[in-house]
Design a protein around this ligand. Sequence first.
Ligand code: PLP
Length: 363
Amino acid sequence: MTRAYNFCAGPATLPAEVLQQAQEEMLDWRGTGMSVMEMSHRSDEFVAIAQTAEQDLRELAGISDDYAVLFMQGGASSQFATVPLNLMRGKSPADYVNTGIWSKKAIAEARRFGEVNVAASSEEQGFTTVPDQASWKTNPEAAYLHYTPNETIGGLEYDFIPDSGDVPLVADMSSSMLSRPLDISKFGLIYAGAQKNIGPSGLVVVIIRKDLLGHAQSGTPTMLDYKVIADNDSMYNTPATYSWYLAGLVFKWLKAQGGVAAMGEINKRKADKLYGYIDNSDFYANPIEPRFRSWMNVPFTLADDSLNSAFLKGAEERFLLNLKGHRTVGGMRASIYNAMPEAGVDALIDYMKAFEKERAGHE
Ligand SMILES: *Cc1c(COP(=O)(O)O)cnc(C)c1O
Protein backbone atom coordinates (compact mmCIF):
# COMPACT_ATOMS: atom_id res chain seq x y z
CA MET A 1 0.00 0.00 0.00
CA THR A 2 1.22 3.47 -0.86
CA ARG A 3 0.05 6.38 1.19
CA ALA A 4 0.57 9.59 -0.80
CA TYR A 5 1.15 13.05 0.59
CA ASN A 6 -2.07 14.72 -0.51
CA PHE A 7 -1.86 18.52 -0.61
CA CYS A 8 -5.48 18.97 -1.73
CA ALA A 9 -7.24 22.07 -0.36
CA GLY A 10 -10.40 20.06 0.30
CA PRO A 11 -11.53 17.40 0.73
CA ALA A 12 -8.15 17.15 2.34
CA THR A 13 -5.85 14.53 3.76
CA LEU A 14 -6.95 12.84 6.99
CA PRO A 15 -4.68 11.36 9.66
CA ALA A 16 -3.70 7.83 8.63
CA GLU A 17 -4.36 6.62 12.18
CA VAL A 18 -7.94 7.88 11.97
CA LEU A 19 -8.58 6.11 8.68
CA GLN A 20 -7.06 2.94 10.10
CA GLN A 21 -9.35 3.06 13.11
CA ALA A 22 -12.36 3.68 10.86
CA GLN A 23 -11.28 0.68 8.79
CA GLU A 24 -11.02 -1.54 11.86
CA GLU A 25 -14.48 -0.42 13.00
CA MET A 26 -16.05 -0.43 9.55
CA LEU A 27 -18.06 -3.67 9.72
CA ASP A 28 -18.54 -3.95 13.46
CA TRP A 29 -18.48 -0.87 15.64
CA ARG A 30 -17.43 -2.07 19.09
CA GLY A 31 -19.31 -5.33 19.13
CA THR A 32 -22.60 -3.94 17.82
CA GLY A 33 -22.30 -5.96 14.61
CA MET A 34 -23.04 -2.81 12.62
CA SER A 35 -21.13 -0.12 10.85
CA VAL A 36 -21.65 3.41 12.17
CA MET A 37 -22.96 4.14 8.68
CA GLU A 38 -25.86 1.75 9.30
CA MET A 39 -26.87 2.92 12.76
CA SER A 40 -29.98 4.87 13.60
CA HIS A 41 -29.02 8.41 14.52
CA ARG A 42 -31.42 8.01 17.48
CA SER A 43 -29.69 4.86 18.80
CA ASP A 44 -27.85 5.01 22.12
CA GLU A 45 -24.65 4.09 20.29
CA PHE A 46 -24.79 6.92 17.79
CA VAL A 47 -25.99 9.47 20.34
CA ALA A 48 -22.92 8.56 22.43
CA ILE A 49 -20.64 8.95 19.40
CA ALA A 50 -22.20 12.35 18.66
CA GLN A 51 -22.00 13.61 22.24
CA THR A 52 -18.40 12.46 22.66
CA ALA A 53 -17.42 14.27 19.47
CA GLU A 54 -19.04 17.48 20.69
CA GLN A 55 -17.43 17.16 24.12
CA ASP A 56 -13.98 16.58 22.60
CA LEU A 57 -14.41 19.56 20.29
CA ARG A 58 -15.45 21.73 23.24
CA GLU A 59 -12.34 20.65 25.14
CA LEU A 60 -10.00 21.09 22.19
CA ALA A 61 -11.24 24.52 21.18
CA GLY A 62 -12.10 25.76 24.67
CA ILE A 63 -15.81 26.29 23.97
CA SER A 64 -17.79 27.33 27.05
CA ASP A 65 -21.42 26.58 27.89
CA ASP A 66 -22.31 30.05 26.60
CA TYR A 67 -22.10 28.52 23.14
CA ALA A 68 -24.07 25.88 21.28
CA VAL A 69 -22.17 23.55 18.95
CA LEU A 70 -24.13 22.46 15.89
CA PHE A 71 -23.30 19.72 13.39
CA MET A 72 -25.09 20.79 10.23
CA GLN A 73 -25.06 19.92 6.53
CA GLY A 74 -24.76 21.95 3.35
CA GLY A 75 -21.13 22.94 3.80
CA ALA A 76 -19.76 26.36 4.55
CA SER A 77 -21.48 27.68 1.43
CA SER A 78 -24.95 27.19 2.90
CA GLN A 79 -23.79 29.10 5.98
CA PHE A 80 -23.28 32.10 3.68
CA ALA A 81 -27.10 32.27 3.64
CA THR A 82 -27.84 30.78 7.06
CA VAL A 83 -25.80 33.43 8.87
CA PRO A 84 -27.73 36.45 7.52
CA LEU A 85 -31.07 34.64 7.84
CA ASN A 86 -30.43 34.14 11.56
CA LEU A 87 -28.26 37.07 12.55
CA MET A 88 -29.63 40.09 10.70
CA ARG A 89 -32.28 40.34 13.46
CA GLY A 90 -33.96 43.31 11.78
CA LYS A 91 -30.71 45.27 12.00
CA SER A 92 -28.87 46.92 9.16
CA PRO A 93 -26.34 46.66 7.67
CA ALA A 94 -24.26 43.55 8.11
CA ASP A 95 -20.56 44.42 7.89
CA TYR A 96 -18.24 42.22 5.81
CA VAL A 97 -14.52 42.37 5.16
CA ASN A 98 -13.44 41.30 1.69
CA THR A 99 -10.06 39.58 1.61
CA GLY A 100 -10.53 36.98 -1.10
CA ILE A 101 -12.72 34.65 -3.07
CA TRP A 102 -14.49 33.11 -0.07
CA SER A 103 -15.25 36.53 1.41
CA LYS A 104 -16.71 37.59 -1.91
CA LYS A 105 -18.98 34.58 -2.05
CA ALA A 106 -20.17 35.20 1.50
CA ILE A 107 -20.88 38.85 0.64
CA ALA A 108 -22.77 38.04 -2.56
CA GLU A 109 -25.00 35.56 -0.75
CA ALA A 110 -25.67 37.85 2.23
CA ARG A 111 -26.83 40.58 -0.17
CA ARG A 112 -29.78 38.39 -1.06
CA PHE A 113 -31.10 38.74 2.50
CA GLY A 114 -30.33 42.27 3.58
CA GLU A 115 -28.07 45.27 3.30
CA VAL A 116 -24.36 44.53 3.30
CA ASN A 117 -21.61 47.03 4.01
CA VAL A 118 -18.17 46.03 2.77
CA ALA A 119 -16.22 47.66 5.58
CA ALA A 120 -12.82 47.00 4.05
CA SER A 121 -11.33 45.22 1.06
CA SER A 122 -7.91 44.25 -0.21
CA GLU A 123 -9.18 43.46 -3.69
CA GLU A 124 -7.19 46.33 -5.20
CA GLN A 125 -4.04 44.78 -3.74
CA GLY A 126 -4.93 41.46 -5.37
CA PHE A 127 -5.86 40.08 -1.95
CA THR A 128 -2.21 39.92 -0.93
CA THR A 129 -2.80 41.70 2.36
CA VAL A 130 -5.35 42.31 5.13
CA PRO A 131 -6.51 45.93 5.40
CA ASP A 132 -5.36 47.62 8.60
CA GLN A 133 -8.26 47.50 11.04
CA ALA A 134 -7.93 51.23 11.73
CA SER A 135 -9.14 51.85 8.15
CA TRP A 136 -12.26 49.63 8.36
CA LYS A 137 -15.55 51.47 7.92
CA THR A 138 -17.57 49.36 10.30
CA ASN A 139 -20.94 50.38 11.65
CA PRO A 140 -21.54 50.30 15.43
CA GLU A 141 -25.19 49.39 14.73
CA ALA A 142 -24.31 46.54 12.37
CA ALA A 143 -26.09 43.20 12.79
CA TYR A 144 -22.71 41.47 12.81
CA LEU A 145 -19.19 41.70 11.39
CA HIS A 146 -18.18 38.84 9.10
CA TYR A 147 -14.64 37.96 8.05
CA THR A 148 -12.69 35.04 6.65
CA PRO A 149 -9.69 34.36 8.91
CA ASN A 150 -8.01 32.13 6.34
CA GLU A 151 -8.59 32.60 2.63
CA THR A 152 -8.04 29.08 1.38
CA ILE A 153 -7.58 30.02 -2.28
CA GLY A 154 -5.35 33.07 -1.96
CA GLY A 155 -3.36 31.73 1.00
CA LEU A 156 -4.01 34.83 3.12
CA GLU A 157 -4.49 34.54 6.88
CA TYR A 158 -5.26 37.15 9.53
CA ASP A 159 -2.69 37.29 12.31
CA PHE A 160 -5.19 39.06 14.60
CA ILE A 161 -8.80 38.76 15.71
CA PRO A 162 -10.74 41.87 14.66
CA ASP A 163 -12.20 43.97 17.46
CA SER A 164 -15.91 44.29 16.74
CA GLY A 165 -16.94 45.96 19.99
CA ASP A 166 -20.50 44.96 20.89
CA VAL A 167 -21.26 43.79 17.36
CA PRO A 168 -21.17 39.96 17.09
CA LEU A 169 -18.07 38.79 15.27
CA VAL A 170 -18.70 36.04 12.70
CA ALA A 171 -15.91 33.99 11.14
CA ASP A 172 -15.71 31.47 8.31
CA MET A 173 -13.05 29.17 9.76
CA SER A 174 -13.45 26.40 7.21
CA SER A 175 -9.73 26.12 6.52
CA SER A 176 -8.23 27.21 9.84
CA MET A 177 -10.42 25.72 12.58
CA LEU A 178 -8.30 23.92 15.21
CA SER A 179 -5.03 24.85 13.49
CA ARG A 180 -3.84 26.97 16.41
CA PRO A 181 -5.17 28.24 19.75
CA LEU A 182 -8.07 30.67 19.50
CA ASP A 183 -10.07 32.71 22.01
CA ILE A 184 -13.61 31.57 21.17
CA SER A 185 -15.13 34.10 23.58
CA LYS A 186 -14.35 36.89 21.09
CA PHE A 187 -16.83 35.44 18.60
CA GLY A 188 -20.58 35.49 18.18
CA LEU A 189 -20.50 32.71 15.61
CA ILE A 190 -17.90 30.50 13.93
CA TYR A 191 -18.60 28.09 11.11
CA ALA A 192 -16.31 25.60 9.45
CA GLY A 193 -16.93 23.17 6.62
CA ALA A 194 -15.40 19.92 7.83
CA GLN A 195 -13.47 18.72 4.81
CA LYS A 196 -10.38 20.87 5.38
CA ASN A 197 -9.31 20.45 8.96
CA ILE A 198 -12.05 18.47 10.72
CA GLY A 199 -13.13 15.39 8.77
CA PRO A 200 -14.89 14.31 5.60
CA SER A 201 -17.25 16.53 3.61
CA GLY A 202 -20.98 16.55 4.33
CA LEU A 203 -20.64 18.31 7.66
CA VAL A 204 -20.30 21.91 8.76
CA VAL A 205 -19.61 22.74 12.39
CA VAL A 206 -21.26 25.88 13.79
CA ILE A 207 -20.33 27.39 17.15
CA ILE A 208 -22.87 30.02 18.15
CA ARG A 209 -23.26 32.17 21.25
CA LYS A 210 -26.58 31.14 22.77
CA ASP A 211 -28.05 34.66 22.92
CA LEU A 212 -27.90 34.71 19.11
CA LEU A 213 -30.26 31.74 18.84
CA GLY A 214 -33.95 32.28 18.18
CA HIS A 215 -33.80 35.35 15.94
CA ALA A 216 -34.21 33.81 12.48
CA GLN A 217 -36.13 36.09 10.14
CA SER A 218 -39.60 34.94 9.14
CA GLY A 219 -39.60 32.63 6.16
CA THR A 220 -36.31 31.02 7.18
CA PRO A 221 -36.44 27.34 6.26
CA THR A 222 -36.80 25.22 9.40
CA MET A 223 -33.59 23.36 8.60
CA LEU A 224 -31.65 26.65 8.52
CA ASP A 225 -32.92 27.97 11.85
CA TYR A 226 -30.05 27.62 14.32
CA LYS A 227 -32.47 27.43 17.25
CA VAL A 228 -34.28 24.45 15.76
CA ILE A 229 -30.96 22.70 15.18
CA ALA A 230 -29.72 23.54 18.70
CA ASP A 231 -32.98 22.49 20.40
CA ASN A 232 -32.78 19.14 18.64
CA ASP A 233 -29.08 18.45 19.31
CA SER A 234 -28.43 18.70 15.56
CA MET A 235 -30.83 15.80 14.99
CA TYR A 236 -33.95 17.60 13.79
CA ASN A 237 -33.52 15.40 10.75
CA THR A 238 -30.95 12.75 9.91
CA PRO A 239 -27.50 14.28 10.36
CA ALA A 240 -24.38 13.32 8.39
CA THR A 241 -23.75 10.47 10.81
CA TYR A 242 -20.61 8.98 9.32
CA SER A 243 -18.91 12.36 8.83
CA TRP A 244 -19.79 13.25 12.41
CA TYR A 245 -18.28 9.97 13.64
CA LEU A 246 -15.11 10.51 11.63
CA ALA A 247 -14.80 14.09 12.87
CA GLY A 248 -15.00 12.62 16.37
CA LEU A 249 -12.06 10.34 15.58
CA VAL A 250 -10.11 13.35 14.30
CA PHE A 251 -10.84 15.23 17.56
CA LYS A 252 -9.52 12.26 19.57
CA TRP A 253 -6.44 12.20 17.34
CA LEU A 254 -5.88 15.94 17.88
CA LYS A 255 -6.12 15.48 21.63
CA ALA A 256 -3.52 12.71 21.43
CA GLN A 257 -1.20 15.06 19.52
CA GLY A 258 -1.36 17.53 22.40
CA GLY A 259 -4.34 19.61 21.27
CA VAL A 260 -4.40 22.85 19.33
CA ALA A 261 -1.43 24.37 21.16
CA ALA A 262 0.80 21.53 19.95
CA MET A 263 -0.78 21.66 16.47
CA GLY A 264 -0.14 25.40 16.32
CA GLU A 265 3.57 24.87 16.94
CA ILE A 266 3.82 22.09 14.37
CA ASN A 267 1.81 24.09 11.82
CA LYS A 268 3.97 27.16 12.29
CA ARG A 269 7.12 25.08 11.84
CA LYS A 270 5.74 23.47 8.67
CA ALA A 271 4.72 26.84 7.20
CA ASP A 272 8.00 28.55 8.17
CA LYS A 273 10.00 25.81 6.46
CA LEU A 274 8.06 26.00 3.23
CA TYR A 275 7.91 29.81 3.00
CA GLY A 276 11.55 29.98 4.08
CA TYR A 277 12.56 27.76 1.20
CA ILE A 278 10.37 29.68 -1.29
CA ASP A 279 11.84 33.01 -0.17
CA ASN A 280 15.40 31.74 -0.46
CA SER A 281 14.87 30.55 -3.98
CA ASP A 282 14.82 32.69 -7.15
CA PHE A 283 12.79 29.99 -8.84
CA TYR A 284 9.67 29.94 -6.62
CA ALA A 285 7.66 32.88 -5.32
CA ASN A 286 4.72 33.64 -3.02
CA PRO A 287 2.99 37.04 -3.38
CA ILE A 288 1.42 37.43 0.08
CA GLU A 289 2.65 40.03 2.55
CA PRO A 290 4.75 37.86 4.91
CA ARG A 291 2.79 38.81 8.04
CA PHE A 292 -0.43 37.49 6.51
CA ARG A 293 0.81 34.28 4.94
CA SER A 294 -1.46 31.34 5.61
CA TRP A 295 -0.17 28.49 7.73
CA MET A 296 -2.63 26.17 6.02
CA ASN A 297 -2.59 26.98 2.29
CA VAL A 298 0.67 27.92 0.60
CA PRO A 299 0.31 29.12 -3.00
CA PHE A 300 3.49 29.50 -5.03
CA THR A 301 4.47 30.14 -8.62
CA LEU A 302 7.37 28.88 -10.69
CA ALA A 303 9.67 31.37 -12.41
CA ASP A 304 8.46 29.99 -15.74
CA ASP A 305 4.77 29.06 -16.03
CA SER A 306 5.47 26.74 -18.93
CA LEU A 307 7.14 24.37 -16.44
CA ASN A 308 3.95 23.95 -14.39
CA SER A 309 2.83 20.70 -15.95
CA ALA A 310 6.32 19.18 -15.73
CA PHE A 311 6.43 20.19 -12.07
CA LEU A 312 3.08 18.55 -11.37
CA LYS A 313 3.97 15.40 -13.28
CA GLY A 314 7.24 14.96 -11.38
CA ALA A 315 5.41 15.59 -8.10
CA GLU A 316 2.83 12.93 -8.90
CA GLU A 317 5.59 10.43 -9.64
CA ARG A 318 6.75 10.98 -6.07
CA PHE A 319 3.21 10.68 -4.70
CA LEU A 320 3.05 14.40 -3.89
CA LEU A 321 -0.53 14.97 -5.04
CA ASN A 322 -2.95 17.80 -5.79
CA LEU A 323 -0.43 20.63 -5.89
CA LYS A 324 -2.13 22.44 -8.77
CA GLY A 325 -3.22 25.93 -7.74
CA HIS A 326 -6.84 27.05 -7.84
CA ARG A 327 -7.96 27.82 -11.38
CA THR A 328 -8.50 31.49 -10.51
CA VAL A 329 -4.98 31.95 -9.11
CA GLY A 330 -2.84 29.59 -11.19
CA GLY A 331 0.55 28.25 -10.17
CA MET A 332 0.72 25.78 -7.31
CA ARG A 333 -0.84 25.48 -3.90
CA ALA A 334 0.23 23.20 -1.08
CA SER A 335 -2.43 22.78 1.59
CA ILE A 336 -0.72 21.68 4.76
CA TYR A 337 -3.53 21.22 7.26
CA ASN A 338 -3.22 19.56 10.67
CA ALA A 339 -3.24 16.09 9.12
CA MET A 340 -0.30 16.79 6.78
CA PRO A 341 2.74 15.35 8.55
CA GLU A 342 5.88 17.44 8.75
CA ALA A 343 7.57 14.71 6.69
CA GLY A 344 5.17 15.57 3.87
CA VAL A 345 6.37 19.17 3.87
CA ASP A 346 9.99 17.96 3.94
CA ALA A 347 9.30 15.67 0.98
CA LEU A 348 7.73 18.56 -0.94
CA ILE A 349 10.69 20.85 -0.27
CA ASP A 350 13.14 18.11 -1.33
CA TYR A 351 11.26 17.73 -4.59
CA MET A 352 11.07 21.50 -5.16
CA LYS A 353 14.85 21.71 -4.65
CA ALA A 354 15.52 18.87 -7.06
CA PHE A 355 13.19 20.37 -9.67
CA GLU A 356 14.75 23.79 -9.33
CA LYS A 357 18.24 22.35 -9.68
CA GLU A 358 17.29 20.42 -12.77
CA ARG A 359 15.30 23.16 -14.50
CA ALA A 360 16.73 26.48 -13.40
CA GLY A 361 20.02 25.65 -15.12
CA HIS A 362 18.31 24.96 -18.45
CA GLU A 363 16.76 28.37 -18.95
C1 PLP B 1 -13.84 25.39 1.32
C2 PLP B 1 -14.30 26.68 1.85
C3 PLP B 1 -15.64 27.09 1.73
C4 PLP B 1 -16.67 26.27 1.00
O1 PLP B 1 -16.92 25.09 1.67
P1 PLP B 1 -18.09 24.08 1.22
O2 PLP B 1 -18.18 23.20 2.41
O3 PLP B 1 -17.61 23.42 -0.02
O4 PLP B 1 -19.31 24.87 0.98
C5 PLP B 1 -16.00 28.29 2.29
N1 PLP B 1 -15.12 29.06 2.93
C6 PLP B 1 -13.83 28.70 3.07
C7 PLP B 1 -12.89 29.60 3.82
C8 PLP B 1 -13.38 27.50 2.53
O5 PLP B 1 -12.09 27.14 2.67
